[in-house]
Write a protein that binds this ligand. Structure first.
Ligand SMILES: [Fe+2]
Ligand SMILES: [Fe+2]
Length: 129
């Protein structure tokens, strides 16, 4: 379902490899979303949120280092979007997550899907232009 297609490639190998991992995490969130055999998904959800957050933070730092190395002009816009992504994940209330597991996974899936489409296709791809 979630698999990185060629249209998402920026042409910068390291960034593309890291984006691939973000797609893999999105696929895991999707699989958890459609899995009807796990009655209590709380531990899985918090684990996925933590992994998504940590990997995204690692990737953003790596992308920002690259942009700095080429003195990329739109780096500030990138940083604002990166920071808001991390803030959103940090601000998730885990008590509410537990009480609304289905809604949480669905909204997490929508959040990462929108991000992959909008940020990578529209913002990250410009880095190599
Ligand atoms: Fe980015
Ligand atoms: Fe990126």
């Amino acid at each position: 379902m979630y698999e990185m297609k060629d249209e998402y490639l920026t042409g910068i190998q390291q960034i593309d490899e890291e984006h691939k991992v973000l797609f893999e995490i999105a696929e895991e969130i999707y699989q958890l979303c459609v899995n009807d055999f796990v009655p209590d998904k709380y531990d899985h959800i918090t684990e996925l949120i933590r992994r998504l957050r940590d990997y995204a933070a690692f990737h953003f730092k790596s992308e920002e280092d690259y942009m700095e190395s080429i003195q990329y002009k739109k780096m500030f816009t990138q940083k604002v979007q990166h920071d808001s992504f991390i803030r959103k994940l940090d601000s998730m209330d885990l008590d509410i997550v537990d009480a609304n597991q289905t809604e949480t996974i669905e909204s997490l899936l929508k959040f990462i899907t929108d991000w992959l489409i909008e940020h990578i296709l529209e913002t990250d791809k410009q880095i190599a232009e």
